[in-house]
Design a protein around this ligand. Sequence first.
Ligand SMILES: Nc1ncnc2c1ncn2[C@@H]1O[C@H](COP(=O)(O)OP(=O)(O)OP(=O)(O)O)[C@@H](O)[C@H]1O
Ligand SMILES: [Mg+2]
Length: 223
Amino acid sequence: MLKIDSVTKNYDKKCVLQDLSFTVRTGEIIGLVGENGAGKSTLLRLLATIDKPSGGTITLHHLSFDKDRNTIRKSIGYVPQDIAIWEELTVKENMQFFERLSFKSKSLNELRNLCVEMNLHKWDEPVKALSGGMKRKLNIAITLIHDPEVLLLDEPTVGIDLKSKKEIGSYLRSQAKEKNRMIIYTSHDMDEIKELCDRVINIGEDKFYQELLQKSGKEIISI
Ligand SMILES: Nc1ncnc2c1ncn2[C@@H]1O[C@H](COP(=O)(O)OP(=O)(O)OP(=O)(O)O)[C@@H](O)[C@H]1O
Ligand SMILES: [Mg+2]
């Protein structure tokens, strides 16, 4: 279980996150919604161990994000809001590059399968020749190389066509339900959130999204 307990984040004197508490269970997909600037990416960065909370604690199965940071890192996969891959390298070379930096070693066949599972078949094409949706898929495949238990995705489906959205969505669902990963992801697409998530967390003062989702029957936590 991932437990976020009374987490606060300030930048200088500005309070971005105030006293957030919630838990995520194994196999769950959590949708993080909220207006621009609400603090969704900030929260994901804290969960990705890239940034530290100003107050409160985060634990994963009793491991502390503060004291056991290096161990925790092995269990976290994070896809940032801006795509982070090498444009000049091919899909294969990107996968090989990130495999070398990864906590686990994978064969070339296993790396290729990660891409194929996402319906990304352009193995020998340079990344600069791929569409935005394909780049997103590659970024997700890279994040799965070390088999993380927690998958954090910041707007993984923004600006991509409906077919790729659906493919990414059903892939994430299978990753949660069959591979028992916890997935926390942000999106502004409420249809997708309704379809994909087990629970929704509305972050920030604005309850616009909460009202939109109210009728869907999803459990919505407002923090
Ligand atoms: N490193 C930083 N230093 C200072 N302020 C920051 C920093 N990072 C984020 N902020 C501020 O924190 C607030 C929340 O930003 P964040 O990027 O988390 O929002 P968001 O919910 O992801 O928004 P969006 O929907 O636009 O992606 C914003 O006001 C932003 O300006
Ligand atoms: Mg953001």
